[in-house]
Design a protein around this ligand. Structure first.
Ligand code: 4GX
Length: 248
């Protein structure tokens, strides 16, 4: 997957692109990220990229010229068909695992990181295919949202996460939260590991994990349970969980 990022702060991306799982994906060539500084495309002599809004109001707007030229540059030198152009914006479609899965199928994306009060609408009208938000809160720029987006999508590229089952097993993959996990030692400051996990009985362990997964979801995110499609076995386990909760 190739991702071109248009930003005023390209340096912010370097640590995430060289660390941990995403760093390894870049090293392995599974992910290629090109960083473009929008300021490098400004044609005025002070390299100014923002301007006052027509009609008045507070704050500044990213002017069309630097972004148009940056996008002509990136799209013009592009061999692999038409990439999907994405603007990080609080007005966008809210990122979730389903949207991440869809966009993980793209071969090439261009991400625009807005700053100030936003970008000139003509940039959106001419180039942007999709606006994406990482949640209903306001940040100072699109860089952190772009990094969240890249991390979330890139880990779904085959080969990026070591064990493909770990992207299938996890929270949201099935619309349920995960079960509790434990590692050694068995007893830590008097807190012990549930004995079923040491029993070696894999059927019992699966049943316990599924039940705790349902318990976690009911306790912390009951909204997810309403959307989840549960099997008769899962409905039975959920009934047990509910009875246990009444009893305590
Ligand atoms: N999820 N921000 C973008 C500037 C801006 C405003 C409007 C384009 C259009 C955000 C979020 C977010 C703050 C990044 C405003 N750019 N982006 N910035 N939440 O809050 O994505």
């Amino acid at each position: 997957m190739k991702i071109d990022v248009l930003t005023l702060f390209p340096d912010m991306f370097i640590p995430m692109l060289s660390s941990s799982i995403i760093g390894r994906a870049v090293e392995k060539g599974l992910l290629k990220v090109n960083l473009y500084n929008i300021r490098d495309f400004a044609k005025n002599k002070h390299k100014q990229v923002d301007d006052y809004p027509y009609g008045g109001g507070h704050g500044m707007i990213l002017a069309p010229q630097p972004l148009f030229d940056a996008l002509y540059h990136v799209l013009g030198s592009c061999q692999d068909g038409k990439p999907k152009v994405i603007l990080m914006s609080p007005q966008g479609k809210v990122l979730n695992q389903e949207l991440a899965k869809q966009l993980a199928q793209e071969q090439h994306m261009v991400i625009i990181c807005g700053h100030y009060e936003g970008v000139d609408q003509r940039v959106i009208d001419k180039f942007v295919d999709l606006e994406v938000s990482i949640g209903d809160y306001v940040l100072t720029g699109g860089e952190l949202p772009a990094m969240v987006f890249i991390d979330c999508v890139a880990r779904l590229i085959p080969g990026v996460v070591g064990n493909p089952e770990s992207t299938q097993d996890e929270s949201f993959a099935r619309g349920l939260l995960e079960y509790p996990q434990y590692t050694r030692p068995y007893n830590y400051e008097g807190y012990t590991v549930p004995d079923v996990l040491l029993s070696g009985n894999h059927q019992e362990i699966s049943r316990w994990r599924l039940k705790e997964s349902l318990r976690n979801t009911l306790k912390k995110r009951p909204d997810l349970l309403e959307k989840a499609e549960l099997s008769p076995y899962e409905i039975e386990l959920l009934k047990e969980v509910k009875q246990e909760m009444e009893g305590s």
